[in-house]
Write a protein that binds this ligand. Structure first.
Ligand SMILES: *Cc1c(COP(=O)(O)O)cnc(C)c1O
Length: 459
């Protein structure tokens, strides 16, 4: 008997299968998808009613609540005029395969249990490793997101630094610290907090780019107690898409034997695009990197690819030991949970793998290029309009600009109006105390007409 059919869970309901599959099919074929938008909590609660009851309300009723109330209170990340934060634009193949992963009950933490899935995930990690020029021995794991990826890499880096000092008979430093540039992502501060280490923000020039020179100066100043265990280079800042001087950072770190981690959660997808590949030069010599397929690699939430040059260093930090886990330690087995802070895991790299397998890697390069081209066109149109102005020239696919004469409240009102009208989702951001706005273009379906439609609302 299948667990579905244990009498405790009620009689079989073929109509529920049909209804859920139909819902998913319909959502996938909407073009465009509705943008939708948030509801005040009290209103949502009143409209949804009580859904968890001792007897259950039944699947069809619960699906109706989701369809008519709950889903409408969730903004569609894949709407072509959703350009806020970093949205998402999963391919049809990736979404379809997410359904398969959900239906398959695969434990993705170990080779023993999920080897077939892990093999496929590793193929996808291999493609990313090849894009950045990592050696054949490189490997890693798909984790939930960039935040977890960054902290996992930094824990591995600190573990390696500790072990190296111990092996040399050197004392451990009073405090561990890692460095990043001033445009780096907030998740690094979170990582420092979780790890109870110090985060040293290295000043960048006017262009926001962390340089090798600045890192070398900082490392020389801090070298005394050996407490610096890593430098994080950002490959595409979230705010502007700025790529740090990765080669310079690597050179500075090599002299001090310091781990270089690349946070490419959003921007490293650009390595698939010939027109910007050079921005990432030097990454082939770093120690680890992350890139989120759920950002600019057309996969559904949630998936971050975390890759180490030397996976053994990560294993030393992350492999959990327990009597009941010993059976997993067979030689040659790739246990994904050995490379991150978590243990149980969904095989969350599979939708990305299936999409890559379906469309081929050339399609990925073209899709990333298309987003870059749309961003360049957006910048051209902003330059040509009298009432808006670029804050910086875009480097990747993020375009930051100001509406001349608007105080902060005007941006906020404008954002709310566009969302209420179902036209677009574009949010304000703050740059050097000034409220401005930005387009983050990760959806190849976003057109220059979409951009013009939004810009026209600012006139
Ligand atoms: C989005 C982002 C993160 C965090 O990733 P999550 O998947 O949201 O946890 C980290 N670094 C950069 C540069 C990002 O853009």
């Amino acid at each position: 008997m299948h667990p579905f059919d244990v009498p405790i869970f009620g009689a079989q309901r073929p109509e529920l299968v049909q209804a859920v599959v139909d819902y998913a099919r319909t959502r996938m074929s909407l073009d465009p998808v509705p943008l939708d938008g948030p509801s005040p909590p009290a209103e949502l609660s009143a409209r949804a009613g009580r859904t968890i009851t001792p007897e259950g309300i039944g699947g069809l009723a619960a699906l109706r609540v989701f369809d008519e109330v709950l889903s409408r209170a969730c903004i569609s990340a894949d709407h072509p005029r959703n350009l806020a934060f970093i949205p998402a634009a999963p391919t049809r193949a990736a979404i379809l395969f997410d359904l398969v992963v959900g239906a398959s009950s695969i434990y993705g933490g170990s080779w023993l249990e999920g080897g077939g899935a892990v093999h496929a995930e590793n193929e996808a990690l291999r493609w990313l490793s090849d894009l950045v020029g990592f050696p054949p021995g490189a490997g890693g794991v798909f984790v939930q997101g960039g935040t977890v990826g960054n902290v996992s890499a930094l824990v591995a880096a600190r573990h390696a630094a500790r072990a190296r000092r111990a092996a040399r008979g050197l004392p451990q430093p009073p405090r561990w610290r890692f460095l990043c540039g001033s445009e780096a992502h907030s998740s690094l501060r979170q990582a420092a907090e979780v790890m109870d280490v110090d985060l040293v923000v290295v000043p960048t020039g006017d262009d926001g780019r962390l340089t090798g020179g600045a890192v070398a100066t900082a490392l020389d100043e801090l070298a005394g107690d050996g407490g610096v265990f890593a430098v994080v280079a950002t490959a595409g800042s979230t705010q502007f898409g700025i790529v740090d001087d990765i080669r310079g950072v690597v050179d500075a770190c090599r002299r001090h034997d310091v781990w270089v981690h690349v946070d490419g959660a959003y921007g490293l997808a650009g390595a698939a695009a010939a027109s910007v590949r050079h921005l990432f030069d030097g990454i082939e010599e770093t120690d680890s990197f992350i890139v989120d397929p759920h950002k600019w690699l057309f996969a559904p939430f949630d998936a971050c690819a975390l890759v180490y040059r030397d996976p053994a260093a990560a294993r030393a930090a992350h492999a959990q030991q327990a009597g009941y886990l010993e059976v997993l330690d067979t030689p040659g087995a790739w246990n994904p949970s050995d490379y991150e802070v978590g243990l149980s895991r969904r095989a969350r790299g599979l939708p990305f793998w299936f999409s890559l397998a379906t469309y081929g890697t050339h399609a990925y390069g073209s899709a990333v290029e298309r987003c870059l081209a749309t961003a360049r066109t957006a910048a051209d149109h902003i330059r040509a309009l009298p009432f808006v102005e670029l804050v910086r020239e875009p480097e990747l696919s993020v375009v930051v600009f100001r509406r001349l004469g608007w105080p902060a409240e005007s941006y906020h009102r404008w954002t709310e109006r566009l969302l209420a009208e179902g036209l677009a989702f574009v949010t304000p951001t703050v740059h050097r105390q000034e409220t401005v706005t930005r387009f983050a273009i990760v959806n190849p379906a976003t057109t220059s007409e979409d951009i013009d439609l939004i810009l026209a609302t600012m006139a």
